[in-house]
Write a protein that binds this ligand. Sequence first.
Ligand code: ZN
Length: 251
Amino acid sequence: MLEIHQFPCLSDNYGYLIHDPASGETACIDTPDGAEYLRQAEAKGWRITQIWNTHWHPDHAGGNEAIQQVTGATITGPQEVTKMFPLDRAVTQGETATLGAFTADVIDVGGHTLGHIAYHLPQAGVAFVGDALFALGCGRMFEGTPEQFWASLSRLKALPPETMLYCAHEYTASNAKFAVHADPDNAALAEYAAEIADKRSREEWTVPMPLARELATNPFLRADTPDLRARWGGTTPEETFAALRAGKDSF
Ligand SMILES: [Zn+2]
């Protein structure tokens, strides 16, 4: 069994340590706060052996140096991380990363940044998606194009629907407000939004979330549906996605 330790980090990031008990290996999924990751690993009694970055933003790769200095961990990530800190291994779509007996498929999910990647571990039924996809939302399109971002989301849509998605921020409550605005007749979304409001009123986490639920409710994953196209315009999913992304940016 892959063990996943989730903890809040910085103001609204989630930190993740994943651990393979058989080999004793532990990987940091991104490094928003090096000191906090080192504390969390020590509390678990886990020795950090690897860092897997999703993209170069400082709240994802900013702790690489501190963690590597203390642990000697090897760093895997998209080439763009080298803007921040050297990588031991640059990976792209179709390549893999390995933690003990577990293999992660690297998925290109560029759009938030150009080289953003996700890590899908089919044996564990989980994917770490960074800032590409959030519960009921997706990342801001800082560097990519709607075409690129939609192709990225389409790769995530194609994962097994029971996959549990671990995103990097607790943005769900504000995402839910826009989602309901974007897709007001979606009953599954209304139910999900009510559940989120309830959870957040008790400061409970809304992450991870099953892909199946996002497929039914996340407007950015539903840019290819007649409902969203009718409401947001566009003649292709890419155009509808672009309208939704711009709508969220000014919401
Ligand atoms: Zn980011």
